[in-house]
Design a protein around this ligand. Sequence first.
Ligand code: AMP
Length: 454
Amino acid sequence: MPKINTSASSGKTKKEIVQTPKGTRDILPNEMYVWQKVEEKIQAVIEYYGFKPIRTPHFEHTEIFSASLGDATDVVEKQMYTFKTRGGDSLTLRPEGTVPIMRAYLQHGMKSWPQPVMLYYNGSFFRHERPQKGRFREFGQFGIEIVGDGGAVSDAIIIRVLTLALEDLGLKNFTVHINTLGDKECRGAYRKELMQYFRKKVNYLCKDCKVRLKKNPLRILDCDKEECVEIKEGAPQMIEYACSDCKAHFKEVLEFLDELDVPYFLDHYLVRGLDYYSRTVFEIMFEEDQTESEVDKEVDKNEKKKTPRKLALAGGGRYDYLSKALSSKEIPGTGGAIGLDRIVELLKTLNINVGRHRAPKIFLIQLGTYAKRKSLSLMEEFRKSNIPLAQSFSRDSITSQLKIAGKLGVDYALILGQKEAMENAVIVRSMYDGIQETVPIPKLLEYVKKKLKK
Ligand code: AMP
């Protein structure tokens, strides 16, 4: 635990402020408004397509993750925040959203609901990763799941809805990378083939991949170390080993995407990090170099060559065997999630404005105790009429209150002085030309509404 350091300089002891834990951060009001707008926009698209909200706990029994994500995955091996309760249970902060949704589906007997069950969630997830740009230990995801349908159309809907959400946020330069992982049988044959291929090159693989080769050779395809990326280039591709059913399913997904005009890139080595995936897997990548960001301009100026950095904005896939890892039932499912931290960061880099917080157009100024009391009930009337109003009740001087009103850029200041409070009236002052008018309080709301309309 970080200690509260005290340092003694010039005879005084000074307490150092404890910072947020590594890989986490505070999101302050200005950025929160962007998050809220982003969430609002994503939610609007998702709800339109019939997904319903669900909220699951931030922590779950460890076994639901260890049983389904795969032993040889980074998430289970290194990234889970696992702790013991006083009663001795092992709990884990959720590292992803799909497993808890399937757990909830099984726990609440959603099989008896009209199928498929279409759900969405939005919240924090936790992975003990090495923090870097766009990668945090607590991060936000907006996810959607279609549980109870094995059809290709559901995979296409997931991808379509996620890309629509990104488009609605004003993002353009992204590509859907897509692949099939086949089913248990055909993936088994592919695994063998991969194993043979990588065995011949084992000496050139990175340390981690040497271990992966024994436990789960598919994960080598996920490695981004230079030496492994090079070796990967010549590796066999899943599509060559897919059985006819898996091939047909994949073809159908692609046909739906063609029909919906969703551009995609067949990424034969896309496997994604978790074991529960089957058949379709996808990632939505943004190519940073296509932007006119400040970073790029800087690079141009220096005429340095920069390899385009691809940024994963969203990812997902089909998980037809997940329910079997958690129960005896076999329930197909498919889903995907958008990473909110990266979206907000990207919008900032690209200077995309997702819309402003509804800023108040009027400011209520009060002078004296009686006026302050009256102001509070006046404020309630404005709230009930859904008219945003700003104030600074902790201040007493008219100059400082007018200054704040000016900074906020409101159209009108409502001034409630001692005299006005006694007379049950308010001075309405235009912030453009300083023209003032005294209006009786019973007529104030209508008066302000008319003014704002103009
Ligand atoms: P995943 O659950 O790994 O498929 O991630 C889906 C999306 O969530 C990714 O495309 C990222 O945008 C985002 N994401 C995943 N891990 C992190 C992280 N550690 N920090 C920030 N965003 C993340």
